[in-house]
Design a protein around this ligand. Sequence first.
Ligand SMILES: N[C@@H](CCC(=O)N[C@@H](CS)C(=O)NCC(=O)O)C(=O)O
Length: 200
Amino acid sequence: MKLVGRMLSPFVRRVAVTLNFYGMEWESVPLSVVTEWDKIREVNPLGRVPALILDGGEMLVDSSAILDHLDEEAGDEALMPRSGAARREAMRATVFALGAMERTVAAFYEGARRPEEFRWQQGIANQIATALAALRLLDERLRSSDYLALGRLTQADVTTAVLVDFIEMSMPKMAGDVPSRVIALRDRLKSDERFASTRF
Ligand SMILES: N[C@@H](CCC(=O)N[C@@H](CS)C(=O)NCC(=O)O)C(=O)O
């Protein structure tokens, strides 16, 4: 399988880490959305990463849709339970982590890519505030467990840990406000090669 997009993108990286946890063979195609956008559009008409090209040539886009497929392939090893209350619990935590990721990336784009005179400072502040609110909610869940859901590693932990790394790399001012248990969760994952080897 070929995973299109650089590990700087937290959406790409959460797919990469999941592929590693599932022990699946994959190759990175590190196209940049900044300098190689035309090439990305040839793969994905939406011009976004990640895209995953399956061995037979079939192409999947959007990290959640890609993970849906990988979870199906992983079966009982999946980081997201297949159904029922366990799935709802893991999904609830994952959606807050993913929502915080979307908010943070939106703030990053607004702050780093838009010319300074056109930047919407209040919008950036709102994005960051809501991302941090979601991270605090996740942090509360870590009071009684090392994991965000079900007392075991799920996609919520992977997505949250990837987000913390992204914030530290790309949003240094915001990094000071990331709550401590969420940072500790990332630190625990950092010692796992399947996570650490995907770092940008
Ligand atoms: N919902 C998508 C979001 C993907 C996304 O926003 N990717 C960014 C990189 S971090 C991108 O490709 N941006 C380029 C663009 O939108 O033009 C997912 O989960 O995969």
